[in-house]
Write a protein that binds this ligand. Sequence first.
Ligand SMILES: Nc1ncnc2c1ncn2[C@@H]1O[C@H](COP(=O)(O)OP(=O)(O)OP(=O)(O)O)[C@@H](O)[C@H]1O
Ligand SMILES: [Mg+2]
Length: 327
Amino acid sequence: MAIMFSLWFFFHLDVRLSWLLLIAVGTFAIFYFTISYILEHLIFRKIKLIYKFISDTKADPEKAKIKNIPTLSIDNVNEDVVDWAERKEKELEAMKLLETYRKNFVGNISHELKTPLFSIQGYLHTLLDGAIYEEGINIDYLRRAANNAERLGNIVDDLEQINKLEDESFVIEKSSFSVKELTKEVFGDLKKMAEKKKINLKYKDGAALQSVVLADKEAIRKVLSNLIVNAIKYGSENGEVVLSFYEVETKILIEVSDTGIGVEEKHLKHLFDRFYRVDGSRSRAEGGSGLGLSIVKHAIEAHGEKIFVRSTPNVGTTFGFTLPKDK
Ligand SMILES: Nc1ncnc2c1ncn2[C@@H]1O[C@H](COP(=O)(O)OP(=O)(O)OP(=O)(O)O)[C@@H](O)[C@H]1O
Ligand SMILES: [Mg+2]
């Protein structure tokens, strides 16, 4: 009906007016189809692709790879999506790393806890099976069980310590103290241990012995204690452990050196990793679980300072760290 009316209207118009109308309708149609084409192919299709890419990625984060992003011609959207995808890819990698780290960590912890726990169980069962009445054995087994229980306790303490140091809310409590006075106390605590191996605990002559630092005293006590215990544990009989202090501009450099078994170059970069031991059986025999140096590193880094190590196998090892000098 509408078409009939249009034709009737068209043929009853003046010829020039009819042509004018025809041209106008034609131009409008061309314009309409061109705009529709542009919208559909250049904009809506791209938006649909972006939408599909985002929903695919949500369903399967593995798809957050840059190569899967549809090629877009709308520059701003393109940049945003690329940025977003890069961020997601990084987040995904960090999550994967964290998950591997968590699995290793849990695996290591259970392995470390199992060793002393199985020993305790073993000694207690043997005692219950009759060894409790055998003089000479009973006390020895009870002592061994007690030693392993102590080792279990030490591992749990170390883990708590690491947890505390890694907590973002952890703040160090700085105070001003003399490093030499602190090492004197630590030397005192470890005197017996050193005497057993006839190791001499001493200070380097001429070192900056009067140095006063601004740091968390209890955290640094643990650092020194861990480093000196290691120096004794992995030191040779009749050897020595030397404490040196140097003033370097606004810092005090503290070094703990021993004359022990040393560490091969290839192990050095792993020494501060949790549970890392160069010689697992020797370290375990010494009662170590490989957490000490990790705690030391965390404590020094919590002060915004650095720790390093240098070593020569069969000659000795030196651990050094810096602390801010108190003015
Ligand atoms: N002074 C040293 N000389 C030689 N090797 C060392 C020395 N200090 C550390 N190591 C090596 O580095 C490893 C890691 O040391 P770390 O203090 O972290 O663990 P650990 O002494 O085995 O156990 P713990 O958790 O009781 O401290 C040790 O097992 C040992 O192999
Ligand atoms: Mg140690």
